[in-house]
Design a protein. Sequence first.
Length: 540
Amino acid sequence: MNRESSLDRIRSAGEPFDVLIVGGGATGLGSAVDAAARGHKVCLVEQHDFAKGTSSRSTKLVHGGVRYLRQGNISLVLEALRERGRLAQNASHLVRELAFVIPSYKWWEGPFYGVGLKVYDHLAGKLGLEPSRMLSREETLRLLANVEPKNLTGGVIYHDGQFDDARLAINLAQTASDLGAAVVNYCRCVGLVKEAGLVAGILARDAETGEELTIRARSVINATGVFVDELRRLDDRRSQHLVAASQGIHIVLPREFLPGETALMVPKTADGRVLFAVPWHDRVVVGTTDTPVSEPSLEPRALGEERDFVMSHARRFLVKGPSDGDVLSVFAGLRPLVRAGGAASTAALSRDHTILVAPSGLITITGGKWTTYRKMAEDVVDQAETVAGLDATRCRTEDMRVHGWTRDRIPEANLRPYGSDAAAVAGLMGSSPSLAPKLHAALPYQRGEVVWHVRHEMARSVEDVLSRRTRALVLDARASIETAPLVAGLMAAELGRTKEWEAGQVAQYTALARRYVFTDPASRETHAMAKEGRKPRRTR
Ligand SMILES: Cc1cc2nc3c(=O)[nH]c(=O)nc-3n(C[C@H](O)[C@H](O)[C@H](O)COP(=O)(O)OP(=O)(O)OC[C@H]3O[C@@H](n4cnc5c(N)ncnc54)[C@H](O)[C@@H]3O)c2cc1C
């Protein structure tokens, strides 16, 4: 995957692209893979880095959504469970099965959740994981060594999937590129090209050089997540809001707060929310919240009430509770939720995601979740073929392996996310002794990985490496700040950049990463939502 060669292909494209996608999150990247796999000529532009938006800020679960069962939304759960199974098969290097325990503190909770989870097992059918079962108090305490024992009566264990969200996004960009798509990060769509009132392409700006590009296409897919309304308004100034953004935050703790290999799930906190504490990359991710947001931003920050909610519940369910100083990172993400009523005028292909085709032909897709990205892509590319006047073709991604797929067990933990590329990454590091040392004592990464990210994964900035190629920013925000100068130096050598570039990168990264340091005032949301006095709402 190479940025310059993708740009060259865009500049020299004589014919319009068949499918042009705006937005490089799960939805857009999945669509690029789907369309390219069908043999279409595909281009994707992302204004920042791949997965900079919501797609790197999830709870990292590949799940059917146990809580949708409570709402009786069986078709949604069925679809997600099917996709869970497919993703586990097609990206086995990034997805793993994980056991979740729901601790019970009231006599009826065990049987109540136990029955629901049997339905969940049954719906998964042949793509099911290990079946759920009830646990005694002793078994629960053995699996969740740090859970609050007072009044604990037992628990229920069930299985779901877990993954690395940003790494999957990078692998999807590589898959699309392997299939011939032109994919470019740091290239923003700033306008639409129209002919006789119909969308015929986009105007894009390369954020690195300022170059303006006119990219012509037979169909344009708006996959910009919580920003879909911006593009819809470029198309038609009178268009109504389709998306309401909802913020969710997570804190990241050292592993000692949840030792063992089992996640903790609280289906209903006292104020009606779902809470997860999940082991991930030798840390524990705890969240989340559900707070309405009026102005979406690429770098949302946690509200005071959200921080209090997550911390107080972590302290309530864990005997050894975390103090503020224990938090390694705090991050926030925005869910693109389709507004009630908005779907009335849409061709809703599933209850979870929404596809809307404007009179101009602009196709917007939003909603859904990471787990169902492949099905969303299938549905929207079907629409794109119609809009573009292409012959309808069959989706090919159900059994298609994602870049990096392997079943081999990779011994080095830090190289596992590279899957089938791990040997080449190791080979690169073996080629020079200067590339083998770790980036930082508190982080699992090695210097040579940075070189790999620049050469093969389109990393352009220190943030790309520390936030989405590695996950240093969420594993330990302070350590990631300390290693930023080293990363900037390695990248500058690869990209042929100056000392000024290095200094600028370190300053930019430090300012950004301070927002993830829980005890730093920069990590708190102080305007927008807070000023409006908005409160986190109950989870749907
Ligand atoms: C707190 C939280 C927890 C979640 N947990 C889970 C989970 O555990 N499992 C699960 O399955 N799902 C989960 N989800 C849902 C999942 O993360 C989202 O559904 C998914 O990431 C949305 O992807 P997207 O591509 O639609 O949006 P995004 O990832 O936001 O991508 C949109 C992209 O468009 C780009 N863009 C915007 N405007 C332009 C422009 N003009 N030009 C070019 N590019 C542009 C943005 O920069 C962005 O990168 C969670 C969501 C949240 C918020």
